[in-house]
Design a binder for this molecule. Sequence first.
Ligand code: IFM
Length: 443
Amino acid sequence: MAQYTLPQGSKMLAKQFTYGVATASFQIEGGVEHRLPCIWDTFCATPGKVADGSNGDIACDHFSLWQQDIELIASLGVDAYRLSLSWPRLITRDGELNQAGVDFYINILDALNARNIKPYVTLYHWDLPQHHEDNGGWLNRDTAYAFAHYVDLVTKAFGDRVYSYATLNEPFCSSYLGYEVGIHAPGKVGKEYGRKAAHHLLLAHGLAMQVLKRNAPHAKNGIVLNFTPCYSATDKQADIDATHFADDYFNQWYIKPIFDKCYPEIINQLPQAHQPDIHDGDMEIIGQNIDFLGINFYTRAIYRAHNEEIFEQLPPPAPLTDIGWEIYPQAFTNLLTDLDQRYTLPPIFITENGAAMADVIERGVVNDQDRVDYYQAHLNAVNDAIEQGVDIQGYFAWSLMDNFEWAEGYLKRFGIVYVDYQSQQRTIKQSGLAYRDLITSRH
Ligand code: IFM
């Protein structure tokens, strides 16, 4: 029987440490006919964009099965459930509330609260309503204001049901993957787009924080950022410099505006046409106080200098997960201590961590020892950071269950619960049982 161990006396073994599981609307809900189209519907419908040609029309059919899914979550003994709201389910084409969508989430929030499971709600996890994309999406400053309007309506409708709001999940992915390299929706490609989209996303975060402070002053409000720490391939100065540039471009770009109210210095090295349109007052809006910082970590990346492109990422060395990401837990500890030194941070929550593995289900059992090992190593890495003084108050496994893994479709499984997409049957994997045992063993 797999189990996770942490050193005796670890803060992660205390009841005050929050454990949860995480999902996102487009990845699990389905129920496509009950909402507006979003950019991921369009992207999925474009041949060649998603590895298995699939889409989010049904996904895990959480839209129909949410009650049993909440029982499943409760059975894991978690303190918290991190879900995201589907903007296109909550808002009509005219920018008004869609009451059916509101009711869907209110039922979920009430069911969670009734079971003492704290709802950690992400307001935007990539499913931008298509009509906003038709007006330029995150390249259009107006989208930031449309987001704040949506946040205003839903937070008023939800009252005090939500324990914590995160404005955005991983603006790096929305901007860089979606608008610079085009491997995520809406699939735009161009170096002139990524930084502009990022700025409007960060502005949306800041505007939404103003709304949250007004409408949900008792909730813990913040943002979720992902980090892929950058390591130099050699100790040659050119490689080290290139790696710093990559780190500023991929990681610090999204956190520095929030805590230092400015972009990294490399902004001055970018051609004018690649720079964001920053209006007076934007950085003040972006850099408001937040109650918590959500950090998502999966892997690291290795770089060396490149003549034309400044930096070049090298193929990751083994061991790899099923999605091809290196397993390197030391980078997790280093990331957390490094961010803690660089910035004056509020409490940190690890809002995502986990692994895609090539699971097999045999006689109703998924013996995912590889994922158990990944979690064990990464829980230790978080514990090491805590021991070094970093204020980390919670940890969410990504993901509650296997789901639609974006450009990989249903081919990559991140769940601690296995989903049979034909029957929609859920089976807790060994990694999930071990997680439950860790959580319920606390005192
Ligand atoms: O599935 C995603 C999630 O939506 C955002 N963070 C990374 C996960 C794994 O790729």
